[in-house]
Design a binder for this molecule. Structure first.
Ligand SMILES: Nc1ncnc2c1ncn2[C@@H]1O[C@H](COP(=O)(O)OP(=O)(O)O)[C@@H](O)[C@H]1O
Ligand SMILES: [Mg+2]
Length: 271
Protein backbone atom coordinates (compact mmCIF):
# COMPACT_ATOMS: atom_id res chain seq x y z
CA UNK A 1 0.00 0.00 0.00
CA UNK A 2 2.66 2.50 1.01
CA UNK A 3 4.91 1.63 -1.95
CA UNK A 4 1.97 1.97 -4.27
CA UNK A 5 0.96 5.27 -2.70
CA UNK A 6 4.53 6.49 -3.15
CA UNK A 7 4.56 5.63 -6.83
CA UNK A 8 1.17 7.21 -7.29
CA UNK A 9 2.23 10.38 -5.57
CA UNK A 10 5.41 10.87 -7.57
CA UNK A 11 3.57 10.05 -10.77
CA UNK A 12 1.07 12.73 -9.89
CA UNK A 13 3.82 15.15 -9.06
CA UNK A 14 5.26 14.73 -12.55
CA UNK A 15 1.89 15.09 -14.10
CA UNK A 16 1.08 18.14 -11.99
CA UNK A 17 4.23 19.88 -13.15
CA UNK A 18 4.02 18.36 -16.60
CA UNK A 19 0.62 19.85 -17.31
CA UNK A 20 1.43 23.07 -15.50
CA UNK A 21 -1.19 22.59 -12.78
CA UNK A 22 -0.61 24.38 -9.49
CA UNK A 23 -3.74 22.79 -8.02
CA UNK A 24 -5.72 19.88 -9.33
CA UNK A 25 -8.41 17.49 -8.26
CA UNK A 26 -8.42 14.03 -9.78
CA UNK A 27 -11.69 12.10 -9.83
CA UNK A 28 -12.62 13.39 -6.40
CA UNK A 29 -15.55 11.71 -4.69
CA UNK A 30 -16.92 13.30 -1.51
CA UNK A 31 -20.10 13.74 0.47
CA UNK A 32 -21.53 14.54 3.87
CA UNK A 33 -23.58 11.46 4.72
CA UNK A 34 -22.39 7.87 4.53
CA UNK A 35 -23.01 6.37 1.12
CA UNK A 36 -24.34 9.61 -0.36
CA UNK A 37 -21.79 10.99 -2.80
CA UNK A 38 -22.25 14.64 -3.63
CA UNK A 39 -19.13 14.82 -5.79
CA UNK A 40 -18.91 11.73 -7.94
CA UNK A 41 -15.59 12.13 -9.71
CA UNK A 42 -14.55 15.74 -10.19
CA UNK A 43 -11.35 16.65 -11.99
CA UNK A 44 -10.30 20.26 -12.30
CA UNK A 45 -6.94 21.80 -13.03
CA UNK A 46 -5.73 25.25 -12.05
CA UNK A 47 -2.51 26.76 -13.38
CA UNK A 48 -0.47 29.31 -11.53
CA UNK A 49 -1.75 32.83 -12.06
CA UNK A 50 -5.10 31.80 -13.49
CA UNK A 51 -8.63 32.74 -12.59
CA UNK A 52 -10.69 29.55 -12.82
CA UNK A 53 -14.44 29.67 -12.33
CA UNK A 54 -16.72 26.77 -11.52
CA UNK A 55 -20.34 27.29 -12.50
CA UNK A 56 -23.35 25.02 -12.35
CA UNK A 57 -26.90 24.82 -11.04
CA UNK A 58 -27.84 25.06 -7.38
CA UNK A 59 -27.01 21.88 -5.56
CA UNK A 60 -24.48 20.75 -8.19
CA UNK A 61 -21.77 20.43 -5.55
CA UNK A 62 -19.79 23.62 -6.20
CA UNK A 63 -19.46 24.59 -2.54
CA UNK A 64 -18.77 20.97 -1.67
CA UNK A 65 -15.89 20.94 -4.16
CA UNK A 66 -14.32 24.06 -2.65
CA UNK A 67 -14.78 22.70 0.88
CA UNK A 68 -13.18 19.42 -0.10
CA UNK A 69 -10.17 21.15 -1.63
CA UNK A 70 -9.74 23.15 1.59
CA UNK A 71 -9.94 20.06 3.79
CA UNK A 72 -13.35 20.65 5.35
CA UNK A 73 -14.46 17.36 3.83
CA UNK A 74 -12.26 14.34 3.27
CA UNK A 75 -12.39 12.89 -0.23
CA UNK A 76 -13.69 9.31 -0.33
CA UNK A 77 -11.76 8.64 -3.50
CA UNK A 78 -9.53 10.54 -5.86
CA UNK A 79 -6.78 12.98 -5.03
CA UNK A 80 -6.12 16.64 -4.54
CA UNK A 81 -2.65 17.82 -5.51
CA UNK A 82 -1.23 21.23 -4.71
CA UNK A 83 2.25 22.30 -5.77
CA UNK A 84 3.00 18.73 -6.73
CA UNK A 85 2.12 17.31 -3.33
CA UNK A 86 -0.98 15.38 -2.44
CA UNK A 87 -3.08 17.29 0.10
CA UNK A 88 -6.20 15.07 0.05
CA UNK A 89 -7.62 14.89 3.54
CA UNK A 90 -5.30 17.51 5.07
CA UNK A 91 -7.07 19.65 7.66
CA UNK A 92 -7.92 23.25 6.76
CA UNK A 93 -5.18 24.77 8.93
CA UNK A 94 -2.61 22.62 7.15
CA UNK A 95 -4.01 23.65 3.78
CA UNK A 96 -3.69 27.27 4.93
CA UNK A 97 -0.07 26.76 5.97
CA UNK A 98 0.70 25.43 2.50
CA UNK A 99 -0.75 28.45 0.75
CA UNK A 100 -4.45 27.87 0.20
CA UNK A 101 -7.03 30.27 1.56
CA UNK A 102 -10.81 30.10 1.54
CA UNK A 103 -13.68 32.57 1.69
CA UNK A 104 -16.97 30.80 2.51
CA UNK A 105 -20.14 32.13 0.94
CA UNK A 106 -21.84 32.86 4.26
CA UNK A 107 -20.69 33.80 7.75
CA UNK A 108 -17.33 34.83 6.42
CA UNK A 109 -16.59 37.70 8.82
CA UNK A 110 -16.64 38.09 12.60
CA UNK A 111 -19.59 40.50 12.79
CA UNK A 112 -18.91 42.04 16.19
CA UNK A 113 -15.23 42.66 15.46
CA UNK A 114 -13.92 45.73 13.67
CA UNK A 115 -12.42 45.58 10.20
CA UNK A 116 -8.93 45.64 11.63
CA UNK A 117 -9.69 42.95 14.21
CA UNK A 118 -11.10 40.76 11.43
CA UNK A 119 -7.87 41.15 9.50
CA UNK A 120 -5.81 40.33 12.60
CA UNK A 121 -7.80 37.10 12.94
CA UNK A 122 -6.65 36.11 9.45
CA UNK A 123 -2.96 36.34 10.25
CA UNK A 124 -0.93 33.17 10.61
CA UNK A 125 2.31 34.96 11.47
CA UNK A 126 2.18 37.65 14.13
CA UNK A 127 5.47 39.20 13.08
CA UNK A 128 3.93 40.03 9.70
CA UNK A 129 0.43 41.04 10.84
CA UNK A 130 1.00 44.80 10.73
CA UNK A 131 2.65 44.79 7.30
CA UNK A 132 -0.04 42.57 5.87
CA UNK A 133 -2.83 44.74 7.27
CA UNK A 134 -1.23 47.75 5.61
CA UNK A 135 -1.01 45.83 2.34
CA UNK A 136 -4.69 45.01 2.62
CA UNK A 137 -5.55 48.69 3.11
CA UNK A 138 -3.65 49.45 -0.08
CA UNK A 139 -5.54 46.76 -1.96
CA UNK A 140 -8.88 47.70 -0.35
CA UNK A 141 -8.69 51.44 0.42
CA UNK A 142 -12.30 51.40 1.54
CA UNK A 143 -11.35 49.10 4.42
CA UNK A 144 -8.56 51.45 5.47
CA UNK A 145 -11.13 54.23 5.79
CA UNK A 146 -13.31 52.00 7.95
CA UNK A 147 -10.77 50.14 10.04
CA UNK A 148 -12.50 50.82 13.37
CA UNK A 149 -15.97 49.99 12.09
CA UNK A 150 -17.62 46.77 13.20
CA UNK A 151 -18.26 44.37 10.35
CA UNK A 152 -21.91 44.00 11.33
CA UNK A 153 -22.58 47.66 10.52
CA UNK A 154 -21.13 47.43 7.01
CA UNK A 155 -22.87 46.78 3.71
CA UNK A 156 -22.81 43.34 2.10
CA UNK A 157 -20.20 44.41 -0.43
CA UNK A 158 -17.93 45.86 2.24
CA UNK A 159 -18.24 42.73 4.36
CA UNK A 160 -17.27 40.65 1.34
CA UNK A 161 -14.16 42.81 1.02
CA UNK A 162 -13.37 42.24 4.69
CA UNK A 163 -13.73 38.50 4.14
CA UNK A 164 -11.43 38.57 1.11
CA UNK A 165 -8.85 40.70 2.89
CA UNK A 166 -8.92 38.42 5.93
CA UNK A 167 -8.33 35.41 3.68
CA UNK A 168 -5.43 37.22 2.00
CA UNK A 169 -3.68 38.01 5.29
CA UNK A 170 -1.46 34.87 5.19
CA UNK A 171 -0.37 35.83 1.65
CA UNK A 172 -1.81 32.68 0.03
CA UNK A 173 -0.83 31.38 -3.36
CA UNK A 174 -4.40 30.31 -4.16
CA UNK A 175 -7.62 31.95 -3.01
CA UNK A 176 -10.77 29.81 -3.05
CA UNK A 177 -13.88 32.02 -3.30
CA UNK A 178 -17.40 30.67 -2.82
CA UNK A 179 -19.84 32.95 -4.63
CA UNK A 180 -18.24 36.28 -3.79
CA UNK A 181 -21.01 38.23 -5.52
CA UNK A 182 -24.01 36.37 -4.07
CA UNK A 183 -26.63 38.56 -2.48
CA UNK A 184 -24.93 41.84 -3.35
CA UNK A 185 -26.58 44.84 -4.96
CA UNK A 186 -25.55 45.26 -8.62
CA UNK A 187 -23.16 48.14 -7.96
CA UNK A 188 -21.24 45.97 -5.52
CA UNK A 189 -21.26 42.91 -7.76
CA UNK A 190 -19.10 44.81 -10.23
CA UNK A 191 -16.86 46.18 -7.47
CA UNK A 192 -16.25 42.71 -6.07
CA UNK A 193 -15.38 41.23 -9.47
CA UNK A 194 -12.96 44.07 -10.04
CA UNK A 195 -11.37 43.35 -6.67
CA UNK A 196 -11.00 39.70 -7.58
CA UNK A 197 -9.15 40.81 -10.71
CA UNK A 198 -6.94 43.15 -8.65
CA UNK A 199 -6.08 40.32 -6.27
CA UNK A 200 -5.25 38.08 -9.21
CA UNK A 201 -3.05 40.79 -10.74
CA UNK A 202 -1.26 41.01 -7.40
CA UNK A 203 -0.16 37.41 -8.02
CA UNK A 204 -2.84 35.26 -6.38
CA UNK A 205 -4.32 32.34 -8.32
CA UNK A 206 -8.12 32.34 -8.03
CA UNK A 207 -10.58 29.46 -7.92
CA UNK A 208 -14.07 30.87 -7.78
CA UNK A 209 -17.56 29.43 -7.67
CA UNK A 210 -20.17 31.80 -9.08
CA UNK A 211 -23.87 32.03 -9.85
CA UNK A 212 -23.18 35.17 -11.80
CA UNK A 213 -21.85 32.86 -14.47
CA UNK A 214 -21.54 35.12 -17.49
CA UNK A 215 -19.70 37.85 -15.66
CA UNK A 216 -17.39 35.40 -13.91
CA UNK A 217 -16.56 33.40 -17.04
CA UNK A 218 -15.84 36.57 -19.00
CA UNK A 219 -12.97 37.38 -16.64
CA UNK A 220 -11.72 33.81 -16.23
CA UNK A 221 -8.86 32.10 -17.96
CA UNK A 222 -10.78 28.86 -17.76
CA UNK A 223 -14.03 27.55 -16.45
CA UNK A 224 -15.72 24.32 -15.49
CA UNK A 225 -19.38 23.42 -15.45
CA UNK A 226 -20.28 21.18 -12.55
CA UNK A 227 -23.60 19.36 -12.66
CA UNK A 228 -24.87 16.51 -10.50
CA UNK A 229 -21.48 16.18 -8.86
CA UNK A 230 -19.46 15.81 -12.05
CA UNK A 231 -17.49 18.17 -14.25
CA UNK A 232 -19.38 18.29 -17.55
CA UNK A 233 -17.67 21.01 -19.56
CA UNK A 234 -14.28 22.61 -19.40
CA UNK A 235 -12.68 25.34 -21.44
CA UNK A 236 -11.40 28.88 -21.66
CA UNK A 237 -13.97 31.23 -20.07
CA UNK A 238 -14.90 32.84 -23.37
CA UNK A 239 -15.28 29.49 -25.15
CA UNK A 240 -17.69 28.26 -22.49
CA UNK A 241 -19.66 31.49 -22.85
CA UNK A 242 -19.93 30.90 -26.61
CA UNK A 243 -20.69 27.18 -26.37
CA UNK A 244 -24.36 26.82 -27.36
CA UNK A 245 -24.92 23.81 -25.09
CA UNK A 246 -23.42 25.52 -22.06
CA UNK A 247 -25.37 28.69 -22.81
CA UNK A 248 -28.63 26.81 -23.18
CA UNK A 249 -28.22 24.54 -20.17
CA UNK A 250 -26.35 26.72 -17.70
CA UNK A 251 -26.30 30.36 -18.70
CA UNK A 252 -29.85 31.07 -19.84
CA UNK A 253 -31.89 29.38 -17.16
CA UNK A 254 -31.07 28.24 -13.67
CA UNK A 255 -27.93 30.28 -13.14
CA UNK A 256 -29.86 33.52 -13.51
CA UNK A 257 -33.31 32.75 -12.16
CA UNK A 258 -31.93 32.46 -8.65
CA UNK A 259 -30.52 35.94 -8.54
CA UNK A 260 -33.46 38.20 -7.71
CA UNK A 261 -34.27 36.08 -4.68
CA UNK A 262 -30.79 36.47 -3.30
CA UNK A 263 -30.64 40.19 -3.83
CA UNK A 264 -30.07 41.97 -0.61
CA UNK A 265 -30.88 45.61 -0.10
CA UNK A 266 -27.57 47.32 0.06
CA UNK A 267 -28.28 50.92 0.74
CA UNK A 268 -24.70 52.09 0.50
CA UNK A 269 -24.23 50.59 -2.97
CA UNK A 270 -23.25 53.22 -5.44
CA UNK A 271 -21.12 55.13 -2.95
N1 LIG B 1 -23.67 20.01 5.45
C1 LIG B 1 -24.36 19.24 4.58
N2 LIG B 1 -24.89 18.06 4.97
C2 LIG B 1 -25.57 17.28 4.09
N3 LIG B 1 -25.78 17.59 2.79
C3 LIG B 1 -25.27 18.76 2.36
C4 LIG B 1 -24.54 19.65 3.23
N4 LIG B 1 -24.17 20.72 2.49
C5 LIG B 1 -24.63 20.52 1.26
N5 LIG B 1 -25.29 19.35 1.16
C6 LIG B 1 -25.93 18.81 -0.05
O1 LIG B 1 -24.95 18.66 -1.05
C7 LIG B 1 -25.48 18.99 -2.33
C8 LIG B 1 -24.57 19.96 -3.01
O2 LIG B 1 -24.54 21.15 -2.23
P1 LIG B 1 -23.55 22.33 -2.55
O3 LIG B 1 -22.17 21.82 -2.71
O4 LIG B 1 -23.79 23.35 -1.51
O5 LIG B 1 -24.10 22.82 -3.98
P2 LIG B 1 -23.86 24.19 -4.75
O6 LIG B 1 -22.81 24.97 -4.02
O7 LIG B 1 -23.45 23.77 -6.13
O8 LIG B 1 -25.19 24.87 -4.78
C9 LIG B 1 -26.90 19.47 -2.09
O9 LIG B 1 -27.78 18.41 -2.40
C10 LIG B 1 -26.93 19.79 -0.63
O10 LIG B 1 -28.19 19.57 -0.10
MG1 LIG C 1 -22.84 26.77 -3.07
Amino acid sequence: MSAEAGIGASGLQERAYGNGALLQTEDVVAGYLPEVDILSGVSIRVKEGEIVTVIGPNGAGKSTLIKTIFGLLRPRAGRIVFRGEEISGLKPHHCARRGLSYVPQLDNVFPTLTVEENLEMGSLDRSRTRDQIDRMYELFPRLGERKRQRATTMSGGERQMVAMARALMPDPQVLLLDEPSAGLAPAFVEAIFEKVEDVNRAGVTIVMVEQNARRALAMSNRGYVLDLGQDRFEGPGKELLDDPKVAELYLGGTARVDQPEQLEQDETAGN
